[in-house]
Design a protein around this ligand. Structure first.
Ligand SMILES: O=C(O)CCC(=O)C(=O)O
Ligand SMILES: [Fe+2]
Length: 373
């Protein structure tokens, strides 16, 4: 059966849902070669397991012009010039309330380091499938977790991407446990990102009207998980997605994307492009920051389109301790609450929130809603 319009995709994916999906998923997973393996083998049709469902919550026919796009903020001089810092905090506040997203430039990570990081990711995924296989696993306790679709067996549709995941803080792995293809730059880049993360959490604290150290002091920048993605060129990009609509499960994400583009955020029922800006990093508020800010800051849903061009690579740095054992309890920050602003969420640990999010997988209802009081 040849399928090409979204309506036909929907009908195919629902009426033929009993096609041998599980067998196909298992066969795909057992190749340990990911989506890149399919593309390298010369596939010309997107297999059904990757078909995405039309998103009924978004008005596709609505062509309203959106008057603005997410801001790009320059971070130079914010330590030496209090007036400039105030301006930057104001932009960060507005963007975090309205979009949950902004981009930063002049962030003190040299552009050569950004380029080297993206090159390292390309080098990792360009390795022969037999070499990469050693890292392919679904065991989250491994130091390096490379696979395609962490939720392959639970999500309604698979994404056209492969991902590798490494926890770089608070307990970084030994260098020799990391893949040689990107080892050195991964360590160097993580150091830069930890520093930048500390500085961004200061700005976010100030934007919430708190002491600059508040978010760092309560542990928001304690954990860093680095996820590097590969979105191979797709022969039929209209049938699938690079990443299904989702919000991030951490406090904050700092994303490095290459020149190809495809990242979009959902704002006022419309998809807005997050265009690649040379030298920029994309910053977004995660679910846990929305929770502790009691909805002042927004963890926006976003997705990644599949593309004929590629592979697109990106590096998403998640500020979270993820599934590591955690005893710290997070709930809406007391200083932000009042009679008019009572807590909107129940308390949780980072681990419990992450477990809940992972169990749901992408493409379901937002995990954060399940923590609302
Ligand atoms: O690759 C991208 O542009 C976005 C990745 C992303 O949304 C994620 O890792 O959560
Ligand atoms: Fe994301």
């Amino acid at each position: 059966m040849v399928v090409n319009s979204p309506a036909e995709v929907e009908s195919a994916t629902s009426s033929e849902h009993n096609y041998d999906r599980i067998t196909e998923l298992k066969a795909f997973d057992e190749t340990k070669a990911g989506v890149k393996g399919l593309v390298d083998a010369g596939i010309t049709k997107v297999p059904r397991m990757f078909y995405s469902f039309p998103d009924k919550s978004v008005k596709e026919s609505d062509n309203r012009e959106v008057e603005t796009s997410i801001p790009v903020v320059a971070l130079d001089d914010i330590d030496g010039d209090p007036i400039r810092r105030k301006k930057v905090v104001e932009i960060v506040r507005e963007a975090s309330e309205k979009w949950g997203f902004f981009q930063v430039v002049n962030h003190s990570i040299p552009v050569e380091v950004l380029d080297e990081m993206l090159d390292g990711v390309r080098k990792f995924y360009d390795q022969h499938a037999e070499v990469k296989k050693q890292w392919y696993t679904r065991d989250g306790s491994e130091t390096v977790v490379y696979n395609s679709n962490f939720d392959l067996f639970s999500a309604p549709s698979a994404n056209w991407r492969d991902t590798t995941y490494v926890n770089m803080a608070p307990r970084p792995p030994n260098a020799d446990e990391l893949p040689e293809a990107c080892r050195d730059i991964l360590i160097k880049y993580s150091e830069y990102i930890k520093k930048l993360g500390g500085c961004l959490f200061e700005l976010l604290s100030e934007a919430l009207g708190l002491d600059p150290n508040h978010l760092n002091d309560i542990g928001c920048s304690e954990g860093l998980a680095v996820l590097y993605h590969c979105y191979p060129a797709c022969p039929e990009p209209e049938l699938t997605l690079g990443a299904t609509k989702h919000a991030d499960y951490d406090f904050m994400t700092v994303l490095l994307q290459d020149h190809i583009g495809g990242l979009q955020i959902l704002y006022d029922d419309q998809w807005i492009d997050v265009p690649p800006v040379p030298g920029a990093l994309v910053v977004n508020v995660g679910d846990l920051l929305q929770l502790i800010s009691n909805d002042k800051f927004k963890s926006s849903q976003h997705k990644v389109l599949a593309n004929h061009a590629g592979p697109r690579v990106s590096v998403a740095c998640f500020f979270t301790t993820g599934l590591a054992p955690s005893s710290k309890i997070y709930g809406p920050i007391k200083e932000l609450l009042s009679e008019d602003n009572p807590p909107k969420y129940r308390e949780t640990t980072v681990r419990d929130y992450s477990l809940h999010y992972n169990a749901k997988g992408l493409g379901t209802t937002p995990a954060l809603l399940d923590f609302r009081l």
